[in-house]
Design a protein around this ligand. Structure first.
Ligand code: ASP
Ligand code: MG
Length: 404
């Protein structure tokens, strides 16, 4: 038995002692036909509790101590799961990031994985032990604890799968897979059996939350097949595959959407070379992610420049743009905070024309006003008023028959 499978369990999957016991059964069963490596999140609610606790001694606690604190939830669940496995006669050992030398950059709370020492993990497997590794955390070169950003255990799991050349990384969660869109908005949404890595990257980038986008980026880079499935009910989940899908699967695979977006327009900015860079450069330097960008036709050497950002970045974006006021000399700054983005994603779009017009027809029939449009090879994103999101998503889901 040389095949390796990484199984990652999220917070709700490990939320109670009973849940941990049922996860232990899933691990035991898998370990009968593969070398299993487990990665765990903290028990549900625990990381939030720790974050709150950290604010007990001031609003701005030391970043080093903050990460030292919020990484502890994963140690609890790793050790508990090991005990649960012992109880059903499975050899298991918990390991922290430091024990397996999970090295990261030293940017606390958003550290990036640099390298993992596979030897400890391999030694455990060779001895017939299931290693249970704390997700979400790493250590710096000097051994201080870091964390990878919320939802970071997914990335830990994929990184370990890549390092250990696992056959697959299974992400166990509380939903049974990736859906054509959020079933809370469209109850007819369908679970997808497979989705391509490219599509998943676009879906996660545009708001689908089932798996952390960095985990998908990692999986894509190191070619690790990932499966998303439920630990609560049996089923095969959704395979995020490295292979191109056959085109019969339809043109559009899914619809992602994001509320909490903002639109900034620099009105009457002079249309000279370098203007886009003069605006977007400082935003990127401030770590602000800009998404849809539109520059209008210019009139008398002046133009309008519009872009969207997430509401999280409101304060920093406004600060950066206001600072540019003197050097850029635009007439007005218009800020719209009631917008949302809806994206149609599908590799089938690559070889088919007419998808955009079909989408616009569906939106026009439902009186959804389009504010901005941006397209790429496998994605169409439209910016609309946030009050129309549900109407738009339903209309598009219906028009592309994603429930069929
Ligand atoms: N426990 C961490 C969080 O709540 C990491 C994770 O769940 O992936 O964000
Ligand atoms: Mg998660």
């Amino acid at each position: 038995m040389s095949n390796i499978i990484v199984q990652k369990f999220g917070g709700t999957s490990l939320g109670t002692e009973e849940r941990i016991a049922s996860v232990a059964k899933i691990v035991k069963e898998a370990s009968q036909s593969a070398n299993v490596i487990v990665v765990v999140s903290a028990m549900s609610g625990e990381t939030n509790r720790l974050i709150k606790l950290a604010k007990s001694f001031g609003d701005d606690p030391s970043k080093r101590e903050f990460d030292a604190l919020i990484s502890t939830g994963e140690k609890v669940s790793a050790a508990l799961l090991a005990m649960a496995l012992h109880q059903i006669d499975v050899k298991a050992k918990s390991y922290t990031a430091s024990q397996i030398s999970m090295k990261t950059t030293n940017s606390y709370s958003k550290a990036r994985i640099l390298e993992v020492d596979g030897k400890k993990i391999q030694d455990a497997l060779d001895e017939g032990i299931v290693p249970i590794i704390t997700g979400f955390q790493g250590i710096t070169e000097s051994g201080d604890v870091t964390t990878l950003g919320r939802g970071g255990s997914d990335t830990t799991a994929v990184a370990i799968a890549a390092q250990m050349k696992a056959e697959r990384c299974d992400i166990y969660t509380d939903v049974d897979g990736i859906y054509t869109t959020d079933p809370r908005v469209v109850p007819e949404a369908k679970k997808l059996d497979t989705i391509t890595m490219e599509e998943m990257l676009e879906m996660a980038g545009q708001g689908a939350k089932v798996i952390q986008i960095r985990a998908v980026e990692f999986a894509n880079k190191y070619k690790v097949p990932v499966r998303v499935l439920s630990s609560f009910e049996p089923g095969d989940g959704t395979l995020i595959s490295l292979e191109e899908k056959d085109m019969e699967n339809g043109l559009v695979s899914g619809i992602a959407f994001q509320k909490d977006q903002m639109k900034y327009t620099l009105h009457g900015v002079s249309d000279t070379p370098g203007i886009a860079y003069a605006i977007l450069g400082p935003l990127s330097d401030a770590n602000i992610e800009v998404d849809v960008i539109v520059q209008n036709v210019s009139v008398n050497g002046k133009t309008d420049f519009t872009f969207t950002v997430s509401k999280e970045d409101e304060i920093s974006t406004t600060t950066v743009i206001k600072k540019l006021k003197d050097s850029l000399n635009f007439d007005d700054l218009l800020i719209d905070s009631n917008i949302a983005k809806v994206s149609l994603v599908g590799v089938g779009m690559r070889s088919h024309a007419g998808i955009a017009s079909k989408a616009f027809k569906a939106l026009s029939e439902n009186e959804v006003n389009i504010l901005m449009i941006s397209t790429s090879e496998i994605k169409i994103t439209i910016v609309i008023e946030d009050s129309s999101v549900e109407t738009a998503v339903k209309a598009l889901h219906n028009s592309f028959e994603l429930d069929k």
